[in-house]
Design a binder for this molecule. Structure first.
Ligand code: HEC
Length: 102
């Protein structure tokens, strides 16, 4: 469905901007792992379109009122707002939806 260059670009965006906090192994324990985040979002939004829309909007403006992970906010505090545009966040969200993080 996507060309490999598209995936590699989105992977770079994710690895450059999210993995510092959302590592796969959770060694620094400052945020839930990306697998935990993805799991929660897939349960709520099985369809890619909904998943990408909700996640990109949420990351654009983190808000406890619309969080799917209140338990994580209690444990780690609310995620800080990052200076990304919506389009970039949609691309990152697509990568998260597509990737297994094994
Ligand atoms: C400075 C650390 C940090 C960075 C960088 C970061 N996050 Fe987070 N993120 C957190 C923390 C802490 C939480 C858990 C608390 C919460 O949900 O607000 C979180 C939670 C989330 C959630 C769950 C939101 C919810 O509560 O429903 C999503 C989705 C998410 N992050 C996506 C991303 C994406 C995508 C990126 C990269 C663009 C990213 N994060 C970068 C710290 C970070």
């Amino acid at each position: 469905m996507f060309t490999s260059s598209f995936c590699n670009y989105n992977e770079l965006l994710f690895n450059g901007n999210c993995i510092t906090c959302h590592s796969v192994d959770n060694l620094n324990k400052s945020a839930p792992t990306i697998q935990e985040v993805k799991q929660r979002y897939i349960e709520a939004f099985p369809l890619k379109k909904d998943f990408v829309e909700y996640m990109s909007n949420w990351v654009l403006k983190p808000d406890a009122n619309t969080s799917l992970m209140m338990d994580a906010i209690e444990k780690y505090e609310l995620m800080p707002e990052l200076a990304f545009d919506k389009r970039t966040l949609k691309e990152i969200s697509e990568f998260i939806y597509e990737n297994d993080f094994k």
